[in-house]
Design a protein around this ligand. Sequence first.
Ligand SMILES: N[C@H](CCC[C@H](N)C(=O)O)C(=O)O
Length: 278
Amino acid sequence: MKFTKMQGAGNDYVYVNCFEEAVHDPAAVAIKVSNRNFGIGSDGLILIMPSEVADVRMRMFNSDGSESEMCGNGIRCVAKYAYDHGIVTKNEITAETGAGILTLQLFTDAGCKVEKVRVNMGPPRLTRKEIPMLGEPEERVVNVPLNVLHSSFNITCASMGNPHCVIFVDDVDTFQVEKYGPLIENHELFPRRTNVEFVQIVSRTEVRQRTWERGAGETLACGTGSSAVTAACVLNGLTEKRILNHLTGGDLEMEWGEDGNIYMTGPAVEVFTGEIDL
Ligand SMILES: N[C@H](CCC[C@H](N)C(=O)O)C(=O)O
């Protein structure tokens, strides 16, 4: 299988061009290639596919083989791949995802390769039914206490197509992400599990995020997570609608637009290409 390793803010995936390659069992392939010792090494597998309703289609699998509806860092890299490899020739493209059809704006460098992408991530879905979470289906979850082990956290939840649980902490760098992340990911409140973001407020316009991903563990960044964080910051009155999010592997510029959609701008980088026997 021919592949391209790409990363966005350090969130790295193995990308396969399914305009040319067929991947028969993507869940198994995701587990194999993601392994950092016995495989290529990545947070998961992303398939770049033809679409009947958009310029390109993305399917995304976590390193544990589970499929997610959406991946924010991934969709920027899909756009870069599609443009740099001539699958699309426009600077504004559409992409079909499990979270609907998204519109992306591509920014190129002096060599006419994409270096930055702005994505309309759509609106945050805020009801328990949409996230999904147990409880009153139409209710929002903003600053609601959740007991985990002997601790209580206040959580704010949103779906960006995939589920997110945001927790504000005083010092994110010393916070025990690997202890609490998996307990919240698998908490009975979340029937499809959840991604978890731990966030420190730096100022009204800057935050710092660490990410515990559903199906992948701690990653260096999460674009859908950063989108959920933007909504959570505003809903809790902690920041303006436009923020710079410092993730462990890089920065994302975020905005909750007046049209209700979240806009994410960030880098997309090709690391290397190769071939692997499956
Ligand atoms: N890192 C991705 C999200 C992966 C989400 C995945 N772990 C899930 O199961 O929803 C991002 O940049 O948005």
